[in-house]
Structure formats: C-alpha cells, structure tokens
Ligand binder design. Structure first.
Ligand code: PGA
Length: 249
C-alpha cells in the first residue's frame, strides 16, 4: 500500500515569520493519516526541521546541486540538505527547468545525488499548454520520465509529481479525465521500465492549482497518491483542509 503524501512547496516565499504557519500545521495534525512534507526555502530548513522534529511533519528542500561538494558558488548539495534536516528534495520543477535551463539529464544527476544522500527525490514533470494543444502531452511526459529518472529510482526513494505547466499558479486545473490519463500512463511507463511489482511502489502526486475546494475531486481519482501544492501550502488555513481531504479520500 502506498502511503498518501501532501507536499507543500513554498517556493521563494517565507521568512522567519512564516514559521508560525508551520507551527499551526503541526499543532493541527498531531497524528495525520497521510505523510505531510513542507518544503520551505533553504534559508528556513534548519529552523523548520527543528520545529517539526518531534512531529510527523517532514521537511524537504526545493533543489540541490548534482555534486556533493565543491566550487559551486551559491549552490547547495544534497548532503548539506540532509545535514540541515531535510528528508526530501523537489527536483526538475518546471520553474527550475524554465528559469535555470535545467534539462532532464541534469535533473537525473541531481536525483542520483539526492539518493546518495538518502533524500527522497520528488521528480516533477509536465507539459506546457502548447504541448497539450498539440496533443504531445504523453510524449513529453514519457521523454521527461525516461531522461530525468535514474536507474537507482525506487518507490522508496522517489515520488513523481505530474504538474502541467499551464496549471501551476494559474487557478486552472486539468479535468479529472486528463489527470487520470497521465497518471495511468506514468504507472504503465514505470511498469515497462522497472517491472510490475517495483512500479507499484512509486507514489504519483498531482500538482498545479490544488486548493481546498478542488482537492476532494482530485484525490478521489485512481492512482493519485497525493498532491504537490504551491500557493495553497503557504498558510495552515489553506493547506490543512487539503491534508484532511487526502486523509478522507
Ligand atoms: P501551485 O504550484 O499550487 O501554486 O499551482 C504547484 C507547484 O508548482 O508545485
């Protein structure tokens, strides 16, 4: 059985003052029926990990370098994230792919680095609006999955988040049928590559404008094991009902 996962990506938002939201979340969900992960900016990792140390809420990061250490000014390695208290790291987010020109080969190297540091990698993939309109969605997803996912990936060390670029931060979401189509496709691609049994272990998240209002419908879908949430993870008031919807799914 895959344990469901509600993951929050704070992106480039949050200062010390935002940690009260994390404290509220921890207090609201003392014994959650799902995994809860908050990925604050790197500047808050140590404090966030400290605050959540005696709680079920886990802390993750948003990116890492592919090397363990070295002359890479401004970068942070996977062992450093683990040392700061992170247990997971988001990799291949479309904002990294777009803003920093990250290609799938680099994402694969970063995922390998995360695995070597015993971090769970959350691989993000998804199509642009132009690709969807050109009926290329599944081709794009297959290509990203093939080239971003290293052979070391297992259901225990890797989570996959389907995040259509046009749904991120826009308030738009795919139809339930569109989400289901991609998640079914992801599972079949994983089966073809890793075998049926191993493929069953990978958790598949949906991400892109998940809100308290649409979460129940999304979580009711087969093969949706949770969500990667951006904007609605910034406050406990928004993220908490999403966690509850996942528990009740
Ligand atoms: P959003 O972001 O929930 O604000 O659309 C999702 C994401 O980018 O992970």
């Amino acid at each position: 059985m895959r344990r469901k996962l509600a993951a929050g990506n704070w992106k480039m938002n949050g200062t010390n003052a935002s940690l009260t939201e994390l404290q509220t979340l921890i207090a609201t969900h003392p014994a959650p029926g799902v995994d809860i992960l908050i990925c604050p900016p790197a500047t808050l990792l140590v404090q966030a990990a400290g605050l959540s140390a005696d709680s079920p809420v886990m802390i993750g990061a948003q990116d890492c370098h592919s090397a363990a250490s070295g002359a890479h000014t401004g970068d942070i390695s996977a062992p450093m994230l683990a040392d700061a208290g992170a247990v997971a790291v988001i990799l291949g987010h479309s904002e990294r792919r777009q803003d920093h020109g990250e290609e799938s080969a680099l994402v694969a190297a970063k995922i390998s680095a995360a695995h070597a540091a015993h971090l769970t990698a959350i691989l993000c993939l998804g199509e642009s609006l132009a690709e969807r309109e050109a009926a290329q969605t599944l081709d794009v997803i297959a290509d990203q999955l093939r080239h971003s996912l290293p052979d070391t990936a297992t259901g225990a060390n890797t989570v996959i988040a389907y995040e259509p670029i046009w749904a991120i931060g826009t308030g738009l979401t795919p139809s339930p049928a569109q989400i289901s189509e991609v998640h079914r496709f992801l599972r079949s691609e994983l089966r073809a590559r890793f075998g049926s049994e191993a493929a069953t272990g990978f958790r598949l998240l949906y991400g892109g404008s998940v809100k308290p209002a649409n979460a129940p419908e999304i979580f009711a879908l087969d093969d949706v094991d949770g969500a990667l949430v951006g904007g609605a993870s910034l406050t406990a008031a928004d993220f908490s009902p999403i966690i509850t919807a996942l528990e009740n799914a």
